[in-house]
Design a protein around this ligand. Structure first.
Ligand code: ZN
Length: 539
């Protein structure tokens, strides 16, 4: 079995809880597992008190947060999630080279490059590559950081991530497992460029961008002779990736990596720097891929939201996604395909036309029917419809969740502290959950996001736990929720109502419900983890 942890933050397994924390925990009142929901809340309240007493003790509260169950990471770009040292290692093993001025990788090696294998860890070149391919040590101003971040993808792009799919998944799953998460959703292109290429051949320059035309072009794309083979090849590739990753993680052995405990689901991310026709073709591909790959559960839209094409085609793409969603829902027996969209990841200094700060989230929700919003940082500047307050009310009423990426927003948008809308989202009862975005490039992990939520946003244990629960409540994993009322984690569905929350031996009715509903099963598992964690904390 390969080593997944080298170079990664939080390597070396689960840390011992610091002595100070242990002493505090020992002095706290204890409850036993098997409480009803009221009992669970009492236990939670005691743990919240413990957390409040350690939250200013550096080291101690981070250990607490590492051990805390954190549900799912719903916003993780595979290529940006991989630990940078791993990318350098794979490039070295695969014979890739690097330009010593631009630090762009190439394979086959381009002119004026040297083999990555000539840059051993610790060498000056290695450190330069590490800095060029991630935010490690970056100290420039905001816009330079913004540019440096998006440039990294092009620099390490030739490391053949697609030929290292199983290694990539093993790396990301292991990180999630070590940080006590049980679920991740990964965003990638998944070969959807094939759909874009076909779309470019079937659309005519005179085509209207209306429902009739889009549905006709969709049929033509699907019927194209290149389409079905591309779907089949991608489905086979995904199956091989999962199987390879589990093998690398030793999931069938007696000492499986913590990553084996992590359920993975996928979203096809269309590239918004392309034309609206290309994005449409990618999404058509995504909807069909989701019919044959059970792990494929959603669509998204990535790359800089301020790119000229992103801005020019924003409304057209929202419209197109609405059309594709309606078409999918309109046919009985089709697998559901969920929608999460990067929207409102903008600041005035990067948008030439400030009007774009006023409607992106609103249109993603209203027109594209987004169930989740990635970032949503500029929400308070939205004026479309009846303005920001009305938008927040609608997101709360419709349970549109926001994927909160605190590190990413601080580094790329300078949105932190009171300048971040997290408190407002919470105040307006919009569901939120923490996510990593690109943890490899940011040199962090999900625990760091929890730390930021405490230090930068002042949240306590109860709020963190609510976000961990929200992450699974809004996961695109198949099936119904464990909870009877959406986003109210008070009462479970009738099938499990008489069971101890998270019990290892649920009743027959509850077991049957959990077996039929993967999302509820994950939520049940999370409640088990919370019970264990809280009881141990109070012991
Ligand atoms: Zn993102």
């Amino acid at each position: 079995m390969k080593e997944f942890c080298s170079g990664a933050p939080r390597c070396g397994g689960t840390p011992k809880v610091a002595a100070g924390l242990a002493a505090l925990l020992l002095s706290s009142a204890a409850c036993s597992p098997g409480d009803d929901v009221d009992g669970v809340e009492r236990r939670e309240s005691h743990v919240a008190d413990v957390f409040d007493s350690i939250r200013t003790q550096a080291g101690t509260f981070e250990d607490f947060l590492l051990l805390m169950p954190k549900g799912g990471d719903l916003h993780s770009h595979t290529s940006g999630a991989i630990v940078t040292e791993k990318l350098i290692q794979w490039g070295s093993e695969d014979g890739a080279c690097v330009n010593t001025t631009t630090f762009a990788a190439s394979n086959p090696c381009a002119a004026n490059t040297v083999p990555l294998s000539s840059a051993p860890p610790g060498s000056a070149l290695y450190n330069q590559v590490l800095g060029a391919w991630s935010m490690e040590g970056f100290g420039g101003p905001l816009l330079a950081a913004h540019q440096h971040f998006f440039d990294t993808f092009g620099k390490f792009g030739a490391i053949q991530i697609n030929d290292r799919n199983d290694d990539s998944y093993a790396n990301v799953m292991s990180a999630a497992g070590r940080n006590n998460q049980i679920y991740i959703e990964l965003l990638q292109g998944f070969g959807s460029g094939a759909g874009a290429a076909i779309a470019n051949t079937v659309f005519q320059p005179t085509d209207a961008w209306d429902q009739t035309t889009l549905l006709a072009r969709r049929q033509q794309i699907i019927a194209h002779p290149n389409f079905a083979p591309a779907i089949a090849a991608q489905a086979a590739s995904i199956a091989a990736t999962f199987s390879g990753a589990r093998q690398l993680l030793g999931c069938a052995t007696s000492s499986p990596d913590p990553g084996c405990n992590v359920e993975v689901r996928l979203q096809v991310a269309a590239n918004r720097t392309g034309t609206r026709v290309a994005v449409f073709g990618q999404w058509v591909f995504a909807y069909e891929l989701a019919q044959v790959v059970p792990e494929m559960v959603g669509v998204n839209l990535v790359s800089p939201e301020e790119h000229p094409n992103s801005l020019q085609f924003y409304n057209d793409e929202m419209f197109a996604l609405g059309v594709l969603g309606d078409a999918n829902r309109g046919v009985v027996g089709r697998n559901p395909v969920h929608v999460s969209l990067h929207a409102g990841e903008l600041i005035p200094s990067v948008v030439p036309d400030p009007s774009h700060l006023t409607f992106h989230i609103r249109r993603a929700v209203d027109v594209a029917k987004a169930e989740r919003i990635g970032h949503g940082v500029d929400v308070l500047g939205e004026t479309d419809g009846d303005g920001a307050a009305a938008l927040l009310r609608k997101m709360s009423d419709d349970h549109v969740m926001v994927e909160i990426c605190l590190t990413s927003n601080r580094v790329l948008l300078d949105a932190a502290g009171d300048d971040h809308p997290l408190a407002r989202y919470r105040q307006d009862k919009v569901p939120v959950a923490l996510a990593t975005d690109d943890q490899g490039i940011f040199r962090g992990d999900i625990t760091d996001e929890y730390v930021a939520a405490v230090v930068d946003q002042g949240l306590g244990y109860r709020e963190l736990k609510e976000m961990a629960r929200a992450s699974l409540e809004h996961a695109f994993a198949q099936g119904e929720s464990l909870w009877k009322e959406r986003d109210k984690f008070k009462r479970t569905v009738d099938a499990c109502h008489h069971d101890e929350l998270g019990s290892a031996t649920p009743s027959m009715g509850c077991s049957s419900f959990l077996a039929d509903n993967k999302r509820a099963a994950l939520q049940w598992k999370l409640e088990r983890q919370f019970a264990d964690f809280e009881v141990k904390t109070l012991r």
